[in-house]
Write a protein that binds this ligand. Structure first.
Ligand code: MN
Length: 244
């Protein structure tokens, strides 16, 4: 059985940047062999709403749609940066939305998929924001604001988040292992796959595996592959092909 692919935290700004070109190469190349592709949030650095954010990402959405057209199922979990993706985004990209977290059995293993911030329970301020953006009614109210105001709010939020990252201790920006264990038990998961923390690693704690996806950087990018034999990481070259 072919491998299931996972990516997250690309933080795309627009179609023109190198990361978007790398993604397009991957979606037209190695991703065609995937059993399915899961995008676990923060695909975009910001999404102010379908009305303002589809235009700069048209080529990316078309590339996802072409992959879906080639028969690869696509799934998306909202991140804290791109929580505002809506029905037009779904239609254009042909991605199917999943709850955060989502439990399912993948390649025989009970697995929990999440953007990742659900585990960062020590960051109280972020959890307050997460409670809002994961609420469909709050998102609807936010999207009812005029576009110019959403742009201003997004710019201000990013500035605040940059400042907060510098002042918050590194520890509270990572997962709380007790929260990880509690959610794994609640969902009966033996494997967790998530992004958000930008701390790519493979953790094993007793019977529980936790695989943290790599964020994409100007010089490096990675896809996580899961198949019946386990988990592997594949680096992408600048053209989006698996590098040797
Ligand atoms: Mn995030």
């Amino acid at each position: 059985m072919p491998a299931t692919h996972f990516i997250a935290d690309l933080h795309l700004l627009d179609d023109r940047e190198p990361a978007a070109r790398r993604l397009a190469g991957y979606l037209a190349g190695p991703a065609r062999d995937a059993e399915a592709l899961y995008v676990l949030g923060d695909l975009f650095d910001v999404w102010i709403g379908d009305d303002g954010s589809i235009a700069p990402h048209t080529a990316t959405l078309d590339a996802f749609a072409a992959l879906a057209g080639a028969g690869v199922p696509l799934y998306f979990i909202r991140g804290n940066r791109d929580f505002a993706v809506g029905a037009d985004f779904e239609r254009r990209s042909r991605m199917q939305m999943l709850d955060d977290p989502t439990a399912l059995t993948l390649h025989g293993v009970p697995t929990l998929l999440a953007h990742g911030d659900v585990f960062c329970s020590d960051d109280i301020a972020h959890q307050a924001f997460r409670a809002k953006y994961t609420d469909a009614r709050w998102r609807k109210r936010r999207l009812a604001l005029p576009l110019w105001l959403r742009r201003t709010v997004a710019r201000r939020a990013r500035r605040r988040s940059t400042a907060a990252k510098q002042s918050k201790p590194a520890r509270i920006m990572d997962v709380n292992t007790a929260t990880v264990a509690a959610l794994a038990a609640e969902y009966g998961a033996q494997r967790i796959i998530h992004g958000h923390t930008h701390r790519p690693d493979d953790h094993v704690d007793g019977r529980l595996e936790r695989h943290v996806l790599a964020d994409w950087r100007p010089d490096t990018a990675e896809v996580l592959l899961v198949d019946d034999s386990g988990v592997a990481r594949h680096r992408l070259d600048a053209g989006g092909c698996f590098s040797a």
